[in-house]
Write a protein that binds this ligand. Structure first.
Ligand SMILES: *Cc1c(COP(=O)(O)O)cnc(C)c1O
Length: 388
């Protein structure tokens, strides 16, 4: 019997090493890893630049308190703000902590402005913002919240894509609208550019802050540094996590000057958040992602992958309903059972993960090669053909 609390249904396999887009299992088999720790291993497994950064920094200084200045943290914050809408960054350790910080910043902004009644956040059905209590009740996924009451108050949920319902849900008490730019766990639902532009407009008109959760779709995953870059809009608050650490636990919340005004010394804190080792890794990840041409290549590879998948959709139209996503955040909506299909491609040595709505998610590392995408396409093709 395992001594690990049974909160996961784990596949009966473990890995001894990883290199690039491949994982090597204890059973001797080699797998093409298109899970990437769920959009985390942005540079693939054990990228030499990241390994060197960990080695170098861990010999110098691993952790000091945020009671002191941390130059590596300042450097990463400067690079994130220089490359985005944000003026400030606060570092935490995970996506859920980053979305929680976003909620706190939004509420505190209106408190500081003398409008403490503006404290409610509008969210969307199918959302995922993490597993802490506020993040759970923000997303309002019935399976996730069951048994974890009492409910955390302050969230109003509307159906995804229903513009009228959204307008009706806005009241004098609304502080923010919070949504993933591309819904990840919810089934790779891309919010169209014109809707993002519309959201920005509504927020401006009604004096509401716009929080775009880029924990999964941010830091290059979509083919741009941030998925909202496609719509050329500026949100107010953006939680990030997964990809920025490349496998090292880092979360962060990006915020513009306006929305930041309530957050003074003592209003937020994290023991581990932004320590020198974590920040060195985050900087190493950005060294690679911000290199000229890197993101263009992610966009190009993503487009190639999606185009090839659309061909498979047409070939197996009785098994595939939809192919969607941006960059290397791709979902395939199936009419055959997604869990069974994942078992199938697993037998053919490709790893992927499911999402809501009978979707499978393909999340290769951002450094994936075209030849590896072709290999995945061949496996998916064969698996669709053989699926009975
Ligand atoms: C994964 C995820 C989170 C939660 O991140 P954790 O690191 O698991 O706490 C929050 N929001 C989105 C959009 C995510 O995909």
């Amino acid at each position: 019997m395992s001594a690990i609390l049974g909160t996961y249904n784990r596949k009966k396999i473990s890995f001894k090493k990883g290199k690039g887009a491949y994982l090597y299992a204890h059973n001797g088999k080699k797998y093409l890893d298109f899970v990437s720790g769920i959009a985390v291993n942005s540079l693939g497994h054990c990228h030499s630049h990241m390994v060197r950064a960990i080695q170098k920094q861990s010999k110098k200084l691993i952790h000091v308190s945020n009671a002191f200045e941390i130059p590596e943290q300042e450097k990463l914050a400067k690079r994130l703000t220089k490359n985005s809408f944000a003026d400030f960054v606060v570092f935490v350790n995970s996506g859920a902590e980053a979305t929680e910080a976003s909620i706190k910043i939004a509420r505190k902004y209106f408190f500081e402005k003398g409008m403490p009644h503006k404290n409610r956040i509008i969210t969307f059905e199918g959302a995922f913002h993490g597993r802490t209590l506020a993040a759970l009740f923000a997303a309002n996924n019935q399976e996730h919240i069951k048994g974890f009451g009492p409910k955390v108050e302050g969230f109003d949920q509307v159906p995804f894509g229903n513009h009228e319902a959204l307008k009706e849900a806005i009241t004098d008490n609304t502080a923010a609208i919070m949504v993933e730019t591309i819904l990840g766990e919810g089934g790779i639902k891309v919010i169209p550019n014109e809707c993002l532009i519309g959201l920005r407009k509504i927020c401006d008109e009604k004096n509401i802050l716009l929080i775009l959760d880029e924990v999964q779709c941010g830091i290059g995953r979509s083919g741009k540094l941030f998925a909202f870059d496609y719509a050329k809009i500026k949100p107010d608050i953006v939680p990030i996590a997964k990809g920025i650490g490349g496998g090292f636990p880092i979360g962060a919340c990006l915020v513009n000057k306006k929305a930041s005004i309530g957050m003074k010394p003592g209003t937020h804190g994290s023991t581990f958040g932004g320590n020198p080792l974590a920040m060195s890794v985050g900087n190493a990840v950005l060294d690679v992602i911000l290199k000229k041409g890197f993101l263009k290549n992610v966009e190009k590879n993503g487009k190639f992958f999606k185009d090839e998948l659309v061909k498979l959709k047409n070939k197996y139209h009785n098994k595939v309903i939809d192919v969607r996503g941006k960059g290397l955040l791709i979902g395939i909506k199936l009419s055959i059972n997604n869990t069974k299909f994942l078992d199938h491609i697993f037998k053919n040595k490709l790893l992927a993960v499911k999402a809501a709505g009978n979707v499978i998610r393909l999340l290769p590392p951002l450094i994936v090669k075209k030849s590896e995408i072709k290999q995945a396409i061949n496996i998916i093709d064969k698996s669709l053909k053989d699926f009975k």
